[in-house]
Ligand binder design. Structure first.
Ligand SMILES: Nc1ncnc2c1ncn2[C@@H]1O[C@H](COP(=O)(O)OP(=O)(O)OP(=O)(O)O)[C@@H](O)[C@H]1O
Ligand SMILES: [Mg+2]
Length: 342
């Protein structure tokens, strides 16, 4: 069975880096591993062996057992339409201007399309381990709520209210237009538009069975995966990390990234007098304060939630090659593959 690790959290906290580092570690441990990454920095993409940034897995020329592919965070609504509606209807849907309007106003659609893409890889049976770097929208939470939201959108109350409980036949569209809800819309919007709306809603509803079934499967993948919420000790990312608990998502681990070395909290011997030394001492004292602040915020966080916490040290060199990625986990002895069920 494929083991899935989801790496999520707020913007810029280190999700892509940590997902890549876990992928490297899993491949080195002998597991056939796929890293699904989102918008990696150019050098990191190269280190992962992703010279063409596509969604087809590319084997890493420098590390046996490791492959990487892009998870398109802007994966299109078109893909959803073509996957879940018969070709002719999908064609009509994607050329309907209302479809574009829904697509731009309902960002969960993009996250959902990315989740469907993830599911394709998880279900291929090709991988022992798939590490997923999640799209950053809404601190990563969007990715987890997208299946439910999509199901609600295409099968939800608004559509049922307008189109009735069952799906009317195509000819039923005329009767449909007589429904009070649509008559009201007609009065407000004008006739030709109403017809377009009715047709659009009708077409959108044909995707319901497919989306509903697939959304359920994706939610199951989420439940079975190890989920890592990445944060730093800063207030913004911390708030995002806490939101997972608030919405009832229990991560497997919370990772505090870019932690400063504990030793910095105590400066053994202040430097001797002199202007440069004074400036340095000030500087060291400030870093020591920052270390204590980071420790306090970790203690505060673990006081609020029960999830185990691990730290990854702040590395002087941004990890952008295989050695750098190895260094990420070698500084975090408590973040083991074992703890992720790998
Ligand atoms: N432990 C670390 N030490 C030093 N630099 C780090 C560490 N982790 C990540 N970085 C650097 O921080 C920056 C952001 O990391 P990364 O791109 O992995 O974050 P992200 O959460 O994926 O961001 P986004 O939300 O934009 O996708 C990068 O420049 C990365 O090299
Ligand atoms: Mg990223």
């Amino acid at each position: 069975m494929t083991r899935t690790v989801l790496v999520t959290g707020g913007g810029g906290v280190g999700k892509t880096t940590i997902a890549a580092a876990l992928g490297v570690a899993a491949a080195q441990a002998g597991h056939t591993t796929l890293v699904l990454t989102v918008d990696p920095a150019r050098r990191l993409a190269t280190a992962l062996g992703l010279d063409q940034l596509g969604n087809h897995p590319e084997p890493n020329p420098k590390l046996k057992g490791l492959s990487a592919a892009m998870l398109d965070s802007a994966a299109s609504w078109d893909a959803i339409a073509f996957r879940h509606a018969p070709g002719e209807i999908a064609e009509r849907l994607v050329t309907n201007p209302l479809f574009e309007a829904v697509a731009t106003r309902f960002p969960s659609g993009q996250a959902y399309a990315a989740a469907e893409e993830m599911a394709v890889h998880l279900e291929s049976g090709q991988w022992d381990v798939v590490v997923v770097d999640t799209p950053p929208a809404s601190g990563g939470i969007e990715f987890f709520s997208a299946p439910r939201r999509m199901r609600e959108l295409v099968g939800g109350r608004l559509l049922r209210w307008l189109t009735g409980a069952g799906l009317p036949g195509r000819r039923g569209l005329f009767n449909l237009a007589g429904r009070p809800a649509l008559r009201l819309a007609d009065a407000l919007l004008g006739g030709p538009l109403l017809e377009q709306v009715a047709e659009f809603l009708f077409d959108l509803r044909t995707t319901y069975d497919g989306i509903s079934a697939k959304a359920g499967v994706i939610e199951q993948h989420f439940d079975e995966a190890a989920t890592l919420v990445v944060t730093t000790a800063d207030p913004g990312p911390l708030r995002e990390a806490l939101r997972f608990h608030e919405v009832g998502i229990e991560p497997s681990l919370v990772v505090f990234n870019r932690a400063l070395p504990r030793e910095w909290a105590s400066i053994a011997e202040p430097l001797e007098d002199g202007r440069a030394a004074t400036a340095l001492n000030d500087n060291l004292a400030r870093w020591a304060l920052e270390v204590r602040r980071q420790e306090d915020s970790r203690a505060d966080f673990s006081g609020r939630v029960g999830t185990p916490i691990v730290t990854i040290p702040w590395l002087a060199d941004a990890p952008v090659d295989l050695d750098g990625l190895r260094a990420v986990l070698s500084g975090a002895p408590t973040l083991t593959l074992d703890r992720l069920g790998i």
